[in-house]
Design a protein around this ligand. Structure first.
Ligand code: HPA
Length: 269
C-alpha cells in the first residue's frame, strides 16, 4: 500500500495545507499540534527509516491555528545512503493530499560572526555546493525548475513579521549545503564565506528542490548550533550539535509554532 493510501485510510479526508520537516532542535513543535495522529514512518512506504540520533521517524497529522499540518519528525539526508531523493515520496504524498506549503527546519553552523550559536536564521537562498539534484531521472520540461525565489518571499515576509511580533530576533541568510557526514574543514568554511554563505549544513536543499518541482512554496529556518569549523575553539561533533540545539529548542519550537499557526496562505504573492 502506498503511503498516500495508508494516510487516507488512517485519516480519511485529512488534507494538510502545510507540511513541516523538523530538524535537530525543532522537535518541540509536536507538543503544539492539536488532536495529533502519529504514524510511524515504518508504516509509510517510501518514508525514511530514520538512522540519525535525534530524529525520531514519525509523521504527525493534526491542527495548528487554522491550519491542518503534516509534520515530519525526522528526515532523510543525502549522507545516509548517497541518494539525494530520499524525501521524494513524503513530499509527493503531501502534495497529493493537497498541501501547498513546505516549512523546513534544520540545525546549521554559522560562518558569520553576527549570527552566533543559538540564533535563529531565516533562509533566503541556498548554495547547492555538491551540485546534486533529486530531480535527476525525472522526465519532462518541468524538471528544469526555476530556483529564483525558491524560498518564498511572501512567506519570508510573514515569518519576519511574526517573529518581530513575538520579540524573537530572526536573522536572514544564505544556507550552503555540504554533503557530509563529516564536518567541513576550516578551508571549506572560508570558501563558504567567500561564496556568500551565512550558514552551512547537511540537509534542506534537496527538499527545497523537490518542493519547487511539485509547486510547493517553501519557508526554511535554521537553528545555529555552532560556528563553522575553524571559526571558534569549540570541537564539532554530532553530540555538540544536539546539545546546542537542545539549549535553544524551546525558543525555536515556540517561534516555529507561531509561524506555522500564523501563516496566511491566501492573498500572498
Ligand atoms: N556543519 C554542517 N552541518 C551542521 C553544522 C556544521 O557546522 N552544525 C550543524 N549542522
Amino acid at each position: 500500500m502506498t503511503a498516500l493510501a495508508t494516510i487516507q485510510r488512517l485519516a480519511p479526508g485529512f488534507a494538510p495545507d502545510i507540511a513541516v520537516v523538523l530538524g535537530s532542535g525543532w522537535g518541540g513543535l509536536t507538543a503544539q499540534i492539536q488532536n495529533p495522529l502519529r504514524i510511524p514512518y515504518a508504516e509509510l512506504a517510501g518514508f525514511p527509516q530514520a538512522t540519525v540520533a535525534g530524529h525520531s521517524g514519525e509523521l504527525w497529522l493534526g491542527h495548528m491555528g487554522r491550519h491542518r499540518v503534516a509534520v515530519m519528525s525526522g528526515r532523510k539526508h543525502g549522507y545516509e545512503t548517497g541518494a539525494v531523493d530520499g524525501m521524494k515520496v513524503p513530499l509527493q504524498t503531501f502534495h497529493a493530499l493537497g498541501c501547498s506549503v513546505l516549512v523546513q527546519t534544520n540545525a546549521a553552523g554559522s560562518v558569520r560572526a553576527g549570527i552566533p550559536p543559538q540564533s535563529l536564521m531565516l533562509i533566503t537562498d541556498h548554495l547547492n555546493l555538491p551540485q546534486r539534484s533529486p530531480l535527476v531521472g525525472e522526465a519532462g520540461s518541468e524538471r528544469f525548475v526555476g530556483m529564483v525565489d525558491a524560498y518564498d518571499p511572501g512567506l519570508r515576509q510573514q515569518a519576519l513579521l511574526i517573529a518581530a511580533q513575538h520579540g524573537q530576533p530572526l536573522h536572514q541568510g544564505v544556507y550552503a549545503w555540504f554533503f557530509g557526514p563529516q564536518f567541513e574543514t576550516p578551508a571549506e568554511i572560508r570558501m563558504a564565506q567567500l561564496l556568500g554563505a551565512d550558514a552551512v549544513g547537511m540537509s534542506t536543499v534537496p527538499e527545497t528542490i523537490l518542493a519547487r518541482h511539485l509547486g510547493l512554496r517553501v519557508l526554511a529556518l535554521s537553528l545555529i548550533t555552532n560556528m563553522g569549523a575553524g571559526l571558534s575553539q569549540e570541537q564539532l561533533s554530532h553530540a555538540h550539535t544536539l546539545e546546542q540545539a537542545q539549549a535553544a529548542s524551546d525558543r525555536a519550537s515556540s517561534l516555529l509554532a507561531h509561524v506555522v499557526a500564523g501563516l496566511q496562505l491566501e492573498n500572498t504573492p
